[in-house]
Design a protein around this ligand. Sequence first.
Ligand code: NAD
Length: 364
Amino acid sequence: MAYLSRNPAPIPTPVRIGLIGSGWMGAFHAESIARRVPDAVLAAIADPNLESAEALAKSLGTAKVTASADDILADPEIDAVIIASPARFHAALISQAAAAGKHVFCEKPAGQGLDELDAALTAVEAAGVHFQIGFNRRYAADFQAAKKDLAAGIAGQPQLLRSLTRDPGNGSIPNAARVPAWTIFLETLIHDFDTLNWFNEGAEPVGVYAVADALVEPALRDQGFLDTAVVTVRYSNGAIAVAEANFSALYGYDVRGEVFGSKGMVQAGRSTETAARRYTAEGLAADTPRLNVELFRDAYTDELADFTAVVRARRDGTPPPSADFTLTPGAADARRALAVALACIESVKQGGPVAVPAATKAGV
Ligand SMILES: NC(=O)c1ccc[n+]([C@@H]2O[C@H](COP(=O)([O-])OP(=O)(O)OC[C@H]3O[C@@H](n4cnc5c(N)ncnc54)[C@H](O)[C@@H]3O)[C@@H](O)[C@H]2O)c1
């Protein structure tokens, strides 16, 4: 008996990924690629704050560092990019990456307006590259279990939907004055809008009514800062959804989703960090998740594993991974959620309900 096969299966070449933006989210994605996604390697990091890129590269043992995303896009050895720069750069970076033939994973939002997003998605389509947006909640085990139940019809015809985000805080918001305008809709609730859209698959969001205020930092209300919001979303199948957000939950990071329908209800959302419970004379206690990278550690890893698997299949001409329900969030999902977020901004400005513009581009 031979110890070694004469024709061993070739070891697949890992997907070589360039990171654009090495801040909070970019650093976690870099760590996921370097340590938790076996089929990918972190090939380079670009950040105009070179010190940040260098520190990250050093901590992960990755060599190439540059101040400009252009260097990553011009590198023929890089298959794909992760865009984790501030949101105002996303649409232009997507267009440039697609034109350079790189597959794109982009943090949300993929753009800050529908025109710039459509231009970016047109570039993606023209280049034929894979595009995925960072709607990581889809990869959380409980959200996936809920989605599977919904796809199997467990809740029946959706009537009420709910999604909420309460960011962890201590009763005040650090650097609140520097938070870009409308962040609560464009960068926070956009996750909830995707959850609602995904849970109510086949229906389109047609109208919203958003109410928002600065309740955590009321001193910033006059500058237009918003830290608390409730949105009702009306869907084309008649379902009515509520999304809500607050930037300072003292008990930790709280994310939940729910669908109530003609046959029952499906819920997702993990409220405790572990299953451990403490029973004492004072009652019952449990630890709660504090950070997004705690609650969604596995989801952040799995979204990049999915991205890597699709990119590798495309590059190597092998069959793409499959799931028994819609999973990978792509161009149409990025646009649909952004359309809702932008309608919310309009609703707050007008102080009343507004329509959500329909998708116009083919497939988007
Ligand atoms: N999916 C999630 O749960 C989640 C959580 C947090 C942040 N985000 C998203 O990630 C993105 C980044 O957020 P963050 O909290 O990491 O911000 P951050 O400010 O911590 O990091 C942004 C980094 O991008 C760099 N940068 C600025 N301009 C750049 C450019 N043109 N090219 C490359 N890099 C550039 C900055 O120097 C900084 O290091 C945002 O879109 C945000 O909404 C997503």
